[in-house]
Every structure is written in structure tokens, then in C-alpha cells.
Design a protein around this ligand. Structure first.
Ligand SMILES: Cc1cc2nc3c(=O)[nH]c(=O)nc-3n(C[C@H](O)[C@H](O)[C@H](O)COP(=O)(O)O)c2cc1C
Length: 332
């Protein structure tokens, strides 16, 4: 059953659009928001396999995020094959349709456990984890990795062919090295070389698709089979509908009106409040609000207020002022 989900994903008549798993961002609410703006596949934030195998409240709650979305995909991180196997089996029991393995996160708390980007340095361990997950579940399995630990060590060229042999459904390549963080330019030339190296094995490209035209450029320059957007969706869930139009070559990109934007932003906040209650939701929503306002010209003073909001009512006031300013065409 599960593999049909992947077949469908790559048979849309255009490359699929994926939202990058992002800790602290692709939670239940934001995934529902982007599901309504044209994304084809979203993942949970990375979920700790150790946390799941111990049944911690935080990990078990994350596993519930996005229930009802289709395809429903989880991203797991862990460095121990047996723990990852157990977590994958739990995900299958929970009803998931796809399991993704994080092989690229350089954050110390992940890396120190032999997980995430540590797997790019320890290719044998990467294969052991991959093999254990594939054996533990009948679901399709994917992985998301960087090009390698450092520029002179592009281990993705060894790892991805091995994952293909293990029957992985597809691989997402974030076209940076582990020591590059997020702000060096992504290396699309290496992404293109890796895609050529892999022939017709499905590769999803990730890194620096920040605007719709970057999507067509990435496809033309690298030949990847799908596109994953990370930072480009912050404050801009509409990027997925714009990318759809861009890739179809159907002319004018959609431009939601200020009022339409604000409606979606309100919905985002409502979903967060439903899950976490006003106090916690507002704390977590502030960053989104700042991103939303960044995308709007002339909203500098509103952004200053946005970082301090404590109540839904204050957000409402900011949004109403935004609409008034934007409809006026006013700048700060
Ligand atoms: C705040 C933040 C959180 C992230 N969390 C994850 C994560 O949980 N799992 C993962 O595989 N990558 C994670 N990433 C990496 C992104 O998925 C993506 O690979 C990266 O941002 C590059 O894509 P972009 O250039 O489109 O932003 C994160 C990145 C950021 C900035």
C-alpha cells in the first residue's frame, strides 16, 4: 500500500513539491497550512527514535502531528540501528505511509548521538541504520542527507547508491556540507553531478529554493526529480502554489491579496491555539508572525510589535493594521 503513495508522488505530471522537515516549524499547524497551499508532501519535525522507543511524552506527541494528512510522513533521527528499527515499527503501527531517515542534521545534540550528519561520516553505521529500518517496516523508506561532512569528503556519492540497493523509495539531497550550516550557497553543481551518478534513481533537490523561479532553475540545472523547500516557506506558505504555476509555465504567478493572506495567517494561529492553548501558541507563533510581516513591504514597525505579542487580540490588531497599510499601498 505504502509504495503507491510514492508512485503517485512522482507521477503527478510535474515534479513533486516537498516541504523540508524543520524542527520548531513544521509542526501540526504549519503542515496543515501548507497542505492547503499546494505542497505535495510534508514531514514531521525530526522525531527522536530514542524518545519514541522510551515512549517520552514529547516524542509521542510529535508522532501524532499531521494525522489525517496524506501522504503522512515521519522523519526519524537516531544513530542506533535497533532503536531506529523500533521507532520505524512504531510509526507504521501509528498509521504512517512513509518513513524518512535524517542523515544530515549537524546540530550538536543530534550529531553527538551518532545520528543526523554523524551518519555522513560513518558510512557503515549509515548503512546499518538504513538496513535496520528497511527490515523493520513494510513502508517505503527515504532519507534526507547533505553532500557529505566537508567539501573534500562528499560521502553522499557512496551512501546514496547503497541506499538505492537497499530499496529506498527516494533520497532528498540538501546540497550543502555538514560544516556549512545553512547560509553558504547550496552547491547545485554537485547536486547535478550526484543526480547524473545515480541515473534514474529518484533524487529530490533541496537548498536555496527561495522563490518560484529558483525551482525551475534547479530542475533545469540539476535534473532532479522533485523540489524541497525549506527557508523559502517561512512566512510564505504561498510559495507552493506559486511554484506549481511556475513549473506548469502557466503564466502569471498567483498573488494573494492582503486580506487573503491575513485569513490564512489567522487560520495558522487558530490551529496553534487549538493544539497548545493561547499562552504557548502565541510564544511559538511570534516568529511566524515576524516572518509573515517580513514578506510584506512596509511592515517594519509592525514587526517590532510582533516580537512582543502576548495575546491573540494583539495579533489581530497587527494584522488589521497590516491590511489597512497594504490596501493603502502605504510604506513605513
Ligand atoms: C530552523 C531549521 C530547522 C531544521 N530542521 C530540520 C529537521 O528537523 N530535519 C531535517 O532533515 N532538516 C532540518 N533542517 C534543514 C532543512 O530541512 C533544509 O534542508 C535546509 O533549510 C536547506 O533548505 P533551504 O535552503 O531550502 O532552507 C532545518 C533547517 C532549519 C533552518
Amino acid at each position: 500500500m505504502g509504495s503507491d503513495v510514492v508512485k503517485e508522488l512522482f507521477n503527478l505530471g510535474r515534479p513533486p513539491l516537498l516541504a523540508a522537515p524543520m524542527a520548531g516549524i513544521t509542526d501540526d499547524a504549519y503542515r496543515r497550512i501548507i497542505a492547503s497551499t499546494g505542497v505535495d508532501l510534508t514531514f514531521t519535525q525530526m522525531v527522536s527514535a530514542e524518545g519514541l522507543s522510551r515512549g517520552t511524552r514529547k516524542s509521542m506527541a510529535m508522532l501524532e502531528e499531521g494525522r489525517g494528512l496524506s501522504p503522512w510522513a515521519v522523519q526519524l533521527f537516531g544513530g542506533r540501528p535497533q532503536t531506529m528499527a523500533k521507532a520505524a515499527a512504531l510509526a507504521e503501527d501509528a498509521g504512517y505511509q512513509l518513513v524518512d531517515i535524517n542523515m544530515g542534521c549537524p546540530v550538536p545534540k543530534v550529531y553527538k548521538k551518532g545520528a543526523g550528519a554523524a551518519l555522513l561520516e560513518d558510512v557503515d553505521r549509515a548503512f546499518a541504520v538504513a538496513q535496520a529500518v528497511v527490515s523493520a517496516t513494510s513502508l517505503p523508506v527515504s532519507a534526507k542527507l547533505r553532500l557529505g561532512p566537508t567539501v573534500d569528503n562528499a560521502t553522499a556519492f557512496a551512501i546514496v547508491p547503497g541506499l538505492r540497493e537497499l530499496g529506498f523509495a527516494f533520497i532528498t539531497v540538501h546540497a550543502r556540507y555538514s560544516d556549512q550550516g545553512y547560509y553558504q550557497p547550496a552547491d547545485w553543481e554537485m547536486l547535478s553531478a550526484l543526480k547524473r551518478h545515480l541515473g534514474d534513481f529518484r533524487i529530490v533537490g533541496n537548498g536555496d529554493v527561495l522563490a518560484p523561479e529558483d525551482g525551475s532553475r534547479m530542475l533545469a540545472e540539476t535534473g532532479v526529480d522533485g523540489i524541497m523547500v525549506g527557508r523559502g516557506m517561512l512566512g510564505n506558505p504561498w510559495i507552493f502554489s506559486a511554484l506549481r504555476t511556475e513549473l506548469s509555465g502557466a503564466g502569471e504567478l498567483p498573488r494573494p491579496t492582503p486580506r487573503q493572506r491575513v485569513e490564512l495567517i489567522r487560520k495558522h494561529l487558530r490551529l496553534m491555539v487549538d493544539v497548545a492553548g493561547e499562552r504557548v501558541a502565541i510564544r511559538d507563533f511570534r516568529k511566524h508572525l515576524v516572518w509573515y510581516l517580513r514578506a510584506f513591504p512596509g511592515a517594519a514597525s509592525l514587526r517590532e510589535r510582533a516580537v512582543k505579542v502576548k495575546k491573540v487580540g494583539e495579533v489581530e490588531e497587527i494584522l488589521e493594521e497590516y491590511v489597512a497599510k497594504a490596501e493603502d499601498g502605504g510604506e513605513d
